[in-house]
Design a protein around this ligand. Structure first.
Ligand code: DHB
Length: 512
């Protein structure tokens, strides 16, 4: 009887596997420690870092796109089972990204030098394609057809599968999969935010299972997000709310400017609905949000000024008056004029500012309209809408419109506003894909294991998305009890992996 039951169970199990597979032949995830190579990286200061490379490992068993669904892992000399894992995604522009190698000049090289295990997974993206090898009438696919493999939410599914792979082989590989730190910039910053904010949420589970991802958890320990292009559902309204008043939004196509006005008007209801609180407990609303941005810009500029940066008053900053104390005019002191040898080479920080007033140490005010006009001079604004452009005033599709398209390569609207303007339908499928691509939907949710530690940076002159997007993310996390280090980093444009001394100092405090 027992034997019959065993046979019946075995048959039932084999039938539950995909066609022509049984337990013996079903593809397995592989980690082969013998397939490795020892390498040396030369850091920018000449230091040599020795490490072992394990490359090209598939993180799913049902590989759809062999160019992207692999992970590389790099283990520096001295790493143990307890060493944290620094996982960098090189996603940019929501495009496909191959499993990369560590770069001496970015956070991956630095992480290796600091002794972290470095993991660099690939992921499918809006431009990844394969050619169908056979006709599948049920799926509506013809042999020879180009299939877009990476439309939303495929990139985050691949990255979650990569995290599961690291957990699956945690005992076989050096590094501690319970201490994964994710890092990415821009669309990659959005991916890092998603890895941090969607851990173990069941909405992704059926798709991960179908891909043949390991049956493991996918939550992470910390998430580093540089200029995350995220909350795409609300990024257009936030953009116009912030930039509508700039001089550059007063020029151009009248229809587009009217769209800017309409979008701007949608932001207050959204931001009020978030019920966010600033670190001092103040409830944030559309009425005080600009003051909050102002205080964040002043905080960032003050940090930079303290470190010796020259913050120009011409872009809107005001300083306290310089203190009355002067250096005595002996032994080269400056009072009464600089010594002859130094004349003409006086450092700028000593120079008198406009009106004969020397700047004091404190930034005491910021003229926001002036500052926002300055930001716009560093790089022209995006059009309105900034993201969901397709068909709005006859405008072309953006990368984001493609990101939410389907496997036949369509591009679609993904906001109510865009769909209403273009007349295209916002299907339930598109809405669900947009939901799964937005970390804001999962923070504070009991069904999700959100990373406990966050480092969020957005440049103080980055106009690729507007300041409320990273700030809302940071505050929502902080309000949910997470440890969040965030800053509108002074004078940084749209960029990432900067201030690495500071970043790795933060990590060292977390993981001594
Ligand atoms: C990126 C930049 C953008 O402005 C955008 O809309 C999407 C992605 C990027 O750099 O990844």
């Amino acid at each position: 009887m027992k034997r019959i039951m065993t046979i019946l169970l075995a048959v039932a199990f084999a039938m539950s596997l995909p066609a022509k597979q049984n337990a013996a032949t079903a593809p397995q995830l592989q980690f082969d420690a013998s397939k490795s190579e020892t390498r040396v990286m030369t850091m920018p200061d000449g230091q040599l870092v020795k490490y072992t490379a394990y490359e090209g490992m598939y993180f799913v068993t049902n590989v759809e796109d062999s160019a992207y669904q692999t992970i590389n892992v790099y283990v520096p000399e001295g790493a143990t089972q307890q060493t944290p894992i620094f996982l960098r995604t090189y996603v940019g522009g929501y495009m496909a990204s191959k499993a990369g190698q560590p770069q001496a000049g970015d956070a991956t090289g630095r992480a290796l030098r600091e002794g972290y295990v470095v993991a660099i997974p690939g992921s499918r993206g809006l431009n990844s394609t394969v050619t169908a090898t056979k006709t599948d009438k049920k799926a509506g696919i013809k042999k020879g057809q180009t299939i877009y493999t990476g439309r939303a939410p495929k990139a985050i599914l691949d990255l979650k599968a990569a995290i599961r792979f690291l957990r699956h082989f945690d005992k076989e590989m050096p590094g501690d999969a319970e201490r994964i730190i994710t890092d990415g910039t821009s669309a990659g910053g959005a991916m890092s935010a998603l890895m941090g904010a969607t851990g173990n949420n069941t909405a992704y589970e059926p798709m991960l299972r179908a891909m043949g991802a390991a049956n493991e958890r996918d939550d992470v320990f910390a998430s580093i997000c540089f200029c995350p292009i995220t909350d795409l559902d609300h990024a257009d309204m936030a953009y116009e709310w912030l930039y509508n008043g700039t001089d550059s939004r007063q020029q151009g196509d009248k229809e587009v400017l009217a769209v800017s006005d309409e979008l701007k008007a949608l932001f207050p209801a959204y931001v009020n609905s978030l019920k966010l609180r600033t670190p001092d407990g103040t409830l944030l609303t559309a009425d005080n949000y600009l003051d909050f941005i102002k205080s964040e810009l002043m905080r960032a500029a003050q940090i930079a000024k303290n470190a010796g940066a020259d913050i120009p008053d011409s872009i809107g900053f005001k300083f306290n008056a310089e203190s009355g104390f002067g250096v005595p005019p002996i032994n080269g002191g400056m009072t009464g004029g600089a010594p002859k040898a130094a004349q003409g080479t006086m450092p700028q920080m000593m120079a008198r500012r406009g009106g004969g007033q020397k700047a004091g140490e404190y930034i005491i005010d910021l003229d926001m309209p002036k500052y926002m006009n300055y930001v716009v001079t560093t790089l022209p604004l995006k059009t309105a809408p900034a993201f969901d452009t397709q068909g709005v005033c006859g405008q072309a599709a953006s990368g984001e419109n493609e990101e939410f398209g389907d496997r036949t390569g369509t591009s679609v609207n993904f906001t109510e506003f865009g769909a209403q303007k273009s007349g295209l339908a916002l299907t339930d499928e598109i809405k669900e894909n947009a939901r799964l691509l937005n970390p804001m939907n999962f923070i504070g949710d009991k069904e999700t294991d959100v990373a406990p530690h966050w480092y969020i940076r957005h440049g103080a002159r980055d106009r690729d998305t507007s300041f409320p997007i990273p700030l809302n993310l940071a505050l929502k996390l902080q309000n949910a009890g997470k440890d969040v280090n965030y800053l509108l980093a002074w004078n940084r444009p749209h960029s990432g992996d900067y201030s690495l001394d500071e970043l790795f100092g933060w990590l060292k405090e977390l993981l001594p």
